[in-house]
Design a binder for this molecule. Structure first.
Ligand code: PMT
Length: 319
């Protein structure tokens, strides 16, 4: 795909994607968060997470979606918090969330037990069932520590338009942090969309026969992010392919196009256990061994460990 120039990205962002009304307010919260943690000497990472929905009708009945569960972003956010970062978590509404993600498949009511009340007038006690919710005490404790310390700022997006404008706002809000800010773009963002002006208002009728869609390219945000919005930050993009044969070439091409610091390359079927961190000089393979898989270690712990030390080196080089 031919890459759009920066001014084209800016132009099409404002012309073709409606600016959500809450963007300025959220930008203020993100700037205050960055300022607070920056003054405390803490680095800040923006983690993007989850897929995007692209509507086919303006009164939307149908939409195009993708596979992303948000697990990569949610688990990475936890490891960044453990490494001492403050995290802005820009995630799709209802995709996986740090800490609660561990119990995503559990029916809450199966995870709780009623115990008899202490006295006649006292209410029955609700107790977490450790078998249904393994590790719940430690997870709850960490969640509460993070919350009390104000280390995690969750920001939700629903639509592609919200994602694009909130990412721009986040990049600008964190730009004062310079090289202390990291962008970890794990979201799977749609490459295609139907402009509002070309979208049918009402439900597309099947009686009209087979559906043919013509979609426009979504502007790639990496270009203005790296050049204009946060030019000193440490920026990591992701590259997902289904064909392992083209993965590294695509990752290198992204680095050559956008001139950011690293691409985490992964293949759909093996993404939970194997990635390659590609930089201008190296391609570092990170993999879980069979023993690590058995011990339920997560590849995100290795990805975050690798990038945190690369970020430290990057900061030193800027001084
Ligand atoms: O959520 P999970 O189920 O755990 O899966 C994790 C993942 C496979 C989604 C994740 O590891 C991953 O690979 N995410 C990126 C998917 C991808 O290939 O994106 P892309 O090639 O469309 O985009 C390249 C990069 O640019 C990405 O970092 C993306 O966040 C960013 N991007 C994309 C489009 C756009 N308009 N603006 C962007 O900034």
């Amino acid at each position: 795909m031919a890459e759009a120039g920066c001014s084209t990205v800016e132009g099409s962002l404002t012309q073709e994607f409606v600016v959500p009304s809450h963007v300025q307010m959220v930008k203020g919260l993100m700037a205050e968060f960055a300022e607070r943690h920056g003054s405390a000497g803490r680095r800040v990472v923006l983690v993007t997470s989850g897929g995007t929905k692209v509507p086919l009708e303006s009164r939307t009945v149908r939409f195009l979606d993708n596979f992303s569960s948000g697990r990569r972003g949610a688990s990475s956010a936890e490891y960044f918090l453990d490494a001492g970062y403050a995290v802005v978590f820009l995630h799709r509404h209802r995709s996986l969330y740090p800490y609660t993600r561990r119990y995503a498949g559990v029916n809450l009511l199966d995870g709780l037990r009623l115990e008899p009340a202490a006295g006649e007038c006292a209410p029955a006690r609700v107790v977490a069932d450790q078998e249904s919710l393994p590790g719940i005490a430690a997870v709850l404790q960490r969640y509460q520590e993070v919350k009390v310390a104000g280390l995690l700022l969750p920001v939700e997006f629903n639509t592609l338009s919200e994602y694009l404008h909130l990412l721009k706002a986040a990049a600008q809000a964190l730009s004062n942090m310079g090289s202390e800010a990291m962008f970890y773009l794990a979201a799977a963002v749609s490459d295609f969309y139907i402009p509002a002006s070309e979208m049918p208002e009402h439900k597309i009728q099947s009686s009209e026969g087979p559906l043919q869609l013509s979609m426009k390219m979504v502007p790639k945000m990496l270009s203005p992010l790296v050049k204009d919005w946060a030019p000193k930050a440490f920026v990591i993009s992701f590259k997902l392919e289904t064909d392992p044969g083209i993965l590294l070439e695509r990752a290198r091409r992204a680095l050559d196009t956008y001139h950011h610091q690293a691409v985490v390359a992964n293949v759909l079927d093996t993404r939970r256990g194997y990635v390659v961190v590609v930089t201008q000089d190296h391609a570092t393979e990170l993999a879980l061994t069979a023993a690590e898989e058995q011990a339920r270690l997560e590849i995100e712990e290795k990805i975050v460990g690798n990038l945190v030390s690369a970020h430290s080196n990057f900061i030193l080089q800027q001084d």
